[in-house]
Write a protein that binds this ligand. Structure first.
Ligand SMILES: [Zn+2]
Length: 291
């Protein structure tokens, strides 16, 4: 099978842990990656909220260097920055990220940051610096990621974005009410703009109170498909950054089992779109690709 995943934290976890990229024992292993026919992964450089100013920049450089020196099988793979707000103080900073091969970035993590309000913050929208980042990033062909953004921030981002918008690792709030998940209007906007929504496998985002099973994941997919998301729905596992529910035993190596369950519910053609083709159409279609 083919697999395209919009978000994992493997890069920063392996770098911080001082182990090779994709070492055994993590969710995303080079061994499991090698088992797919085609496999593309968006690898996130996650800048933790505790890193500010020069510390954020040196963390970014450490992760970026690690990514350029280590190889993961298959690809082309894509680089993103999660919580880029810790790094960006000027247009030039965004140009540098683009020059480094970063193709997707999010403005915040959960708290309010210098670019925008986070999903667990005080409900703030985009700051003037955040608006600049959206304009400049899109101008450079980068894609904006609204996972972790506040609702108000998402609304304002939609009002100014010109191109497709992503939610790389978020589910449907109509199924699980967590603020990290997407409200129906956000799902509709992403679909209308030709963007992507990556299904997140973090247990608390799948079922209120946790303890999710495969049917919960299918319910999230269904909620997005019902709104016309047949070309927008993708996978965004959050591997190596999430707590997996009991039904997913082996991280990336367990994806094939989920794929089979989706085939039973949605048919093979649509399942293949969700697990690979939708993301490939947008992200490998042109200048966005990187190997
Ligand atoms: Zn995240």
């Amino acid at each position: 099978m083919d697999y395209f995943d919009l978000h994992c934290d493997t890069l920063t976890r392996c770098c911080d842990g001082g182990v090779p990229f994709g070492a055994d024992g993590w969710h995303v292993t080079a061994r499991a990656a090698g088992g797919f026919c085609r496999y593309s992964q968006v690898f996130a450089i996650f800048i933790e909220e505790r890193y500010k100013g020069r510390d954020a920049l040196s963390a970014y450089r450490r992760y970026r260097k690690f990514y350029s020196e280590e190889r993961m099988p298959k690809g082309p793979h894509i680089l993103s920055v999660e919580n880029a707000g810790q790094l960006i103080t000027s247009e030039n900073d965004i140009s540098k990220l683009a020059g480094d091969g970063v193709r997707i970035f999010s403005l915040t993590w959960n708290s309010d940051g210098p670019l925008a309000g986070g999903c667990l913050g005080a409900g703030l929208g985009l700051t003037p610096l955040g608006r600049m980042a959206v304009r400049k990033g899109e101008g450079l062909g980068m894609l904006l990621d609204i996972s972790h953004l506040s609702d108000r921030g998402a609304e304002q981002l939609f009002s100014m974005a010109q191109g497709p918008v992503l939610a790389t690792h978020s589910n449907a709030r109509s199924v699980c009410r967590h603020p990290r998940n997407l409200d129906d209007w956000q799902i509709d906007e992403i679909i209308r703009r030709g963007g992507l929504i990556g299904l997140n496998l973090h247990d608390p985002f799948l079922r209120d109170g946790g303890g999710a099973d495969i049917n919960d994941l299918i319910r999230h997919a269904d909620a997005i498909l019902e709104r016309g998301g047949g070309r927008a729905l993708a996978m965004g596992s959050d591997f190596d950054g999430c707590t997996l529910p009991g039904f997913i035993k082996n991280g990336l190596a367990g994806v094939e089992e989920i794929f089979r369950a989706f085939c039973e519910s949605f048919g093979k053609e649509l399942t293949e779109r969700i697990f690979y083709q939708n993301a490939a159409d947008l992200l490998l279609g042109g200048s966005i690709a990187k190997d």
